[in-house]
Write a new protein. Structure first.
Length: 191
């Protein structure tokens, strides 16, 4: 197995990521626990270290199985999970990309995975409602809290993500210009 860097980080992930959407039979198809474990073992024996799941895959069973399979060896794996989809019918805040759902989804994922952090936390799909600034701020808070190491966005229009990047660059430029003006005033005042 060959390894690649995850984005612009120094984290090494196997060139093949094991998607575990079919770990569990709750959707009427997929793999039972024994079959899932066989797939997992074959992947790991081939040198794979990058596992992808989501809070909604097979109603949470996928995360539970992944957590069980990596127990006692957690640090050997790069574990990615995703959030966005509604987990409680009838509850408008049990899905989407807003901070409340992000927090409750991450808490549930950590519990099912049996770990205190995930390596990569993905926004699974654009909800067309939540401002990108809210998503990015919540991501930043999770990283600062040590619950998430890296972040990602899936199934979202590039313009939506680019808008946040452009806004962040503009805010940083405004801060830089403001700091330069303060320094210039201090120099003029002789301080």
């Amino acid at each position: 197995m060959n390894y690649q860097l995850l984005g612009k980080s120094g984290l090494r992930v196997s060139e093949l990521c094991l998607g575990t959407m079919t770990f569990g039979e709750e959707w009427g198809w997929g793999s039972n626990k024994d079959e899932s474990k066989s797939v997992f073992d074959a992947y790991v024996n081939a040198g794979g270290n990058f596992l992808d799941t989501a809070d909604g895959y097979t109603n949470g069973t996928s995360e539970k199985m992944v957590g069980e399979f990596i127990r006692g060896r957690r640090d050997e794996f790069v574990v990615a999970t995703k959030f966005s989809f509604n987990q409680r019918r009838g509850d408008p805040n049990a899905g989407g990309n807003h901070r409340k759902n992000m927090a409750q989804a991450l808490h549930g994922s950590l519990e099912r995975l049996g770990t205190d952090y995930v390596d990569l936390y993905w926004m699974h799909a654009w909800d067309e409602l939540t401002p990108i600034e809210e998503v990015m701020r919540a991501f930043d808070d999770f990283v600062r809290a040590g619950k998430v190491l890296y972040i990602g966005i899936s199934d979202a229009p590039a313009w939506w993500v680019a808008r946040e990047h452009a806004g962040r660059v503009a805010r940083l430029d405004a801060i830089r210009r403001f700091a330069n003006r303060i320094q210039s005033h201090r120099a003029d005042a002789g301080t």
